[in-house]
Design a protein around this ligand. Structure first.
Ligand SMILES: Nc1ncnc2c1ncn2[C@@H]1O[C@H](COP(=O)(O)OP(=O)(O)OP(=O)(O)O)[C@@H](O)[C@H]1O
Ligand SMILES: [Mg+2]
Length: 380
């Protein structure tokens, strides 16, 4: 990084000035000048001279993209639209930069296609820098708010768990005593009638808190994987066994199709069991009480796992969205989930260098596919 020119009011914010800006422009003189202004101000600048190059470099997640509208191959509006459509670049800060001659309609189009700002050149140096800083400031405020939310969720989930565990232990002890001490049958049944559902609700509360804790860990990339070699088929069998009660409660039959021998994988067994369990929980919940399949298949470099149900299915327009945090398909009309199960599952799978996708037609059920590379990848 080149040394920064000191100017009043900017010196204290070293952090922000170290941001990386992807500067996209096909006019060499303009590219050179804007890059120079930004570099002198302390920003780290990466340059691209075409839309294709911009799309490639944006994968490196710069803090901001300064995007010329007129590019030789793909125009700036389209680059912006594609960046927004891609998972890893959808939240990038994008500012269009274009000549004054551009019409008002074009500027509106740029913002409508997802740009965060539209600046017309020529801009004085200080004006460009002030605009860049203002936009970065806005972003860092939004990020701080999200961080505060995750931090709060993490602390709240942690703190709430302690009294809950104590309460559960006490209730369990009470139920245990009740079954042993001889006494008035009617009174015992009355107490049992309220303690048993209370215990069930406590277990559910604990699960919800665990989910919240997970989501804050995953969101802040604090998910640590404990890698070991294990048999995914055996893990699948074990999860299915654990969830047999839930399957019965949902009135469904769960069938397994597993390889005969061990399906060895390098990964975090507990986390991957959580993926299977989240997918099965969904199949029970949205599977319309029809049969469900859990499959593990061996392929040369990867293991495939899938969960298939024949339930309500998912509309095309919801299929990408449901993997995001707190997102639920509107058609279900049910309110008993947080919309976090798939988000956590996908983050875990991605952390293993794998993929999680869905194939579904409304009313025809859904299949969730997981692929997991058998060996460690650069992802972890
Ligand atoms: N097998 C499925 N069939 C139909 N819709 C599904 C299925 N799995 C998930 N969905 C839809 O995707 C949404 C998101 O699923 P996700 O598991 O993330 O959250 P949830 O089940 O609502 O809550 P929880 O956080 O308890 O898992 C669900 O609300 C539902 O609308
Ligand atoms: Mg779920």
């Amino acid at each position: 990084m080149e040394p920064r020119a000191e100017s009043p009011g900017r010196a204290k914010d070293e952090e922000r000035a170290r941001a990386t800006i992807l500067n996209v422009n096909d006019t060499p003189a303009v590219l050179y000048l804007t890059s120079r202004i930004l570099t002198v101000a302390g920003y780290h600048v990466v340059e691209a001279t075409s839309g294709t190059e911009a799309l490639r470099l944006a994968g490196g997640r710069p803090d901001m993209v300064l995007l010329d509208v007129h590019l030789p191959d793909i125009d700036g509006y389209e680059v912006c639209r594609r960046l927004r459509a891609r998972e890893e670049t959808r939240d990038l800060l994008i500012a269009h930069l274009s000549a004054v001659s551009v019409s008002r309609e074009d500027r509106l189009r740029g913002l409508a296609q997802g740009a965060d700002a539209y600046w017309t050149t020529p801009l004085e140096d200080d004006e460009l820098l002030a605009n860049v800083e203002a936009l970065l400031r806005l972003q860092s405020r939004a990020q701080a708010a999200v961080h505060a939310r995750d931090e709060f969720m993490s602390i709240a989930a942690h703190e709430l768990r302690t009294p809950l565990t104590a309460l559960r232990l006490n209730l369990e002890r009470l139920v245990h005593h009740l079954t042993r001490v001889p006494g008035d049958m009617v009174a015992r049944r009355t107490v049992e009638a309220s303690t048993t559902p209370a215990l069930r609700q406590l277990v559910r509360l604990q699960q919800l808190l665990d989910t919240l804790l997970d989501v804050s860990r995953v969101g802040s990339r604090k998910l640590r994987l404990d890698i070991e070699v294990f048999d995914l088929a055996e893990a699948a069998r074990e999860v299915a066994g654990r969830l047999a009660m839930s399957a019965r409660a949902a009135g469904t039959e769960l069938s397994l199709a597993l390889p005969l021998g061990p399906a060895l994988l390098m990964g975090d067994r507990l986390r991957l069991e959580q993926v299977i369990s989240n997918l099965l929980a969904n199949a029970f919940r949205y599977g319309d009480s029809k049969p469900i399949w859990l499959t593990v298949e061996e392929h040369p470099d990867a293991l495939w796992l899938s969960v298939t149900d024949q339930g309500i299915g998912i509309a095309k327009q919801d299929q990408a969205r449901i993997f995001n945090r707190f997102e639920r398909a509107s058609s279900t009309g049910r309110a008993d989930g947080l919309g976090l199960g798939l988000f956590i599952a996908r983050e875990i799978v991605i952390a293993h260098g794998g993929t999680l996708s869905v194939e579904s037609e409304p009313g025809q059920g859904a299949t969730f596919h997981v692929t997991l590379p058998r060996h460690r990848t650069a992802a972890y």
